[in-house]
Every structure is written in C-alpha cells, then in structure tokens.
Ligand binder design. Structure first.
Ligand code: FES
Length: 106
C-alpha cells in the first residue's frame, strides 16, 4: 500500500508576504513560491514556469494568476496551468492560513 502523508509546515505570518507578491520557501532542492493576492488569498506553486523554468515568484500577480517575468506566460495560481493558447502546468501545493500564520503542505 502506498500511503502519502502530508505535513503542514508553518512558513511564518501572512503579513511577511507582500500583497500581489510572493515569498520563496525551500524544500530540499525545490523552491516553492508562495503568492498573496490583493484580497489576501494565498497560493503555492513550484517556482518554475512550465515554459522554460522562469522564476514565477518574480512575476506579476493579477486576477488569480501570475505572469512569468521571462516571456509573459500567464499561470493560474489555483491550478498551476498555463492560460490562453499556452500549454503546460506547474506543480501546486496545498496551503492555508491559521491564526495569521501560513501553513504549507509538504
Ligand atoms: S519561462 Fe516563463 S514564460 Fe518563458
């Protein structure tokens, strides 16, 4: 039987993530971008654009998406999927806020 257990890891207060911006969290060799929208929703995606691995954490957050800083692909924060005519998907992670702290499922 293959049971995957997830662990909720605290990555600090929501207020440490800029609105319409992101913070990076390391998990081994992987970098995870934690985004905060203008309405204080949070999302976590691998910090790697599905096009050519651009750093999504440095992109512009808007309308539930982030625009990659390298070639302007638009990636859904909720699903990690490229929008429009572009095809590709970035890994997403479960994330939640408890008592003002952000918890990431790893
Ligand atoms: S690497 Fe993100 S759009 Fe090209």
């Amino acid at each position: 039987m293959n049971v995957q257990t997830k662990t909720w890891v605290s990555i600090g207060p929501l207020t440490e993530i800029p609105r319409q911006g992101a913070r990076c969290v390391k998990n081994g060799d992987m970098s995870i971008a934690v985004f905060r929208t203008s309405h204080d929703q949070i999302f976590a995606l691998e910090d790697k654009c599905p096009h050519k691995n651009g750093p999504l954490s440095q992109g512009i957050v808007h309308d539930g998406c982030v625009t990659c800083p390298l070639h302007n692909w638009v990636i859904s924060l909720e699903t990690g999927a490229a929008q429009g005519a572009d095809v590709g998907q970035t890994t997403t992670f479960e994330i939640k806020i408890e008592d003002g702290n952000v918890l990431l499922a790893l």
